[in-house]
Design a protein around this ligand. Structure first.
Ligand code: PEP
Ligand code: MN
Length: 349
């Protein structure tokens, strides 16, 4: 951290800054002798709160020389993290994982029909919520534990990996017992006790970006999971709050290459929640793959018109089939491939 002093600051002001830094047991180096000096803080950031120094009357600005997160940073680990999933699938390597399914599990018939159709189209993982974080308390909240059983059934029949959300610490264990990947939703991105518990769960974690979170916030949240001993974090761009009504969210495509340069963790894109409009999902899915996403999360419903949640952004099965074909072409053009679904447990091979 470089603490820049105001042009009218005095040597006494500089000495005061130095004393304050040193009072925390951190070494620093004053720079320059005339007015407008600076103080270079030599130890890694994290131990000092920059806001405390920015608030001193003689301080003009603080320049950050290192990032506030460590374990998730590329500087800490230059090679990309490849998360190993059940059945030999991976995310973060050359394979692109397509995760698809309805927003919520609604019934046995609905989830099995959805699972069969997304598998037929080539998705390798099924994503559907048993516990749903809804903006309104009057909206469908999910079927709960019985939906987890239906997801297990769908995996048994299709071989699709299961991705589903844990909404709170108390429900994490039962979700982790079924899920191949535990989703932490956008609104829970900064639920730090849940993040720490997910870090101890032993399951790969899909961490969605909060609707108002900066990339630094997202990476600091991922850091919580890693510091608990779980390196298997998959980040997800799912749109942030925008100022235009054309889409439900502002899908931040820049986040994909930006995160790749800042972190070694894989990042996937969710253009369904990122746009909230069915017509925009396939264009943004294609764009996200082109931008370097390691996977895609696409909401697909056997009958979106009657979906209990997020029907307006859910693709019809035939639209998803077409999208998968397009994605295979794009993947080929950029030297990647779409991960194939694995065989079902009971399947004859
Ligand atoms: C979802 O994945 O269905 C969901 C609620 O997403 P988000 O947390 O991104 O809003
Ligand atoms: Mn949804």
């Amino acid at each position: 951290m470089l603490i820049l002093l105001r042009p009218d600051s005095t040597p006494a002001d500089r000495a005061r800054v130095v004393r304050l830094v040193e009072s925390f047991g951190v070494a620093c180096q004053p720079i320059g002798s005339g007015p407008r000096g600076a103080v270079l803080v030599l130890e890694a950031e994290g131990r000092l709160d920059p806001a405390r120094f920015a608030a001193l009357p003689a301080v003009e600005d603080i320049i950050h020389l290192s990032r506030p997160y460590r374990m998730v940073a590329r500087e800490w680990r230059p090679e990309p993290t490849v998360v190993r999933l059940a059945g030999g699938l991976t995310i973060g390597g050359p394979e692109v994982l397509v995760i698809a399914g309805p927003c919520s599990v609604e019934s046995e018939a609905q989830i099995l029909t959805a699972a069969r159709s997304v598998r037929r189209a080539g998705a390798a993982a099924l994503r559907a919520g048993a516990f749903k974080p809804r903006t309104s308390p009057y909206a469908f909240q999910g079927l709960g534990a019985s939906a987890l059983k239906l997801l297990s059934l769908a995996r048994e029949e299709t071989g699709l990996l299961i991705v589903t959300e844990a909404m709170d610490e108390s429900g994490l264990e039962q979700v982790a017992a079924v899920a191949d990947i535990v989703q932490i939703g956008a609104r829970n991105m900064q639920n730090f006790t849940l993040l720490k518990a997910a870090g101890r769960s032993g399951k790969p974690v899909l961490l969605k970006r909060g609707p108002a979170a900066s990339l630094t916030d997202l990476l600091l949240s991922a850091e919580y999971v890693l510091t608990e001993g779980n390196p298997n974090v998959i980040l997800c761009e799912r749109g942030i709050r925008g100022c235009d009504g054309a889409a439900r969210s502002l899908f931040d495509l820049n986040a994909i290459p930006a995160v790749k340069s800042l972190s070694h963790l894989p990042i996937i894109a969710d253009p369904s929640h990122g746009t909230g409009r069915r017509a925009m999902v396939s264009p943004m899915a294609r764009a996200a793959l082109g931008a370097g996403a390691d996977g895609l999360l696409i909401e697909v419903h056997p009958n979106p018109d009657e979906a209990l949640s997020d029907g307006a952004q859910s693709l019809y099965p035939e639209q998803f089939e077409l999208l998968m074909e397009e994605l295979r072409g794009i993947a080929l053009a950029i030297g990647r491939r779409i991960a194939s679904p694995i065989a079902a447990a009971g399947a004859v091979v």
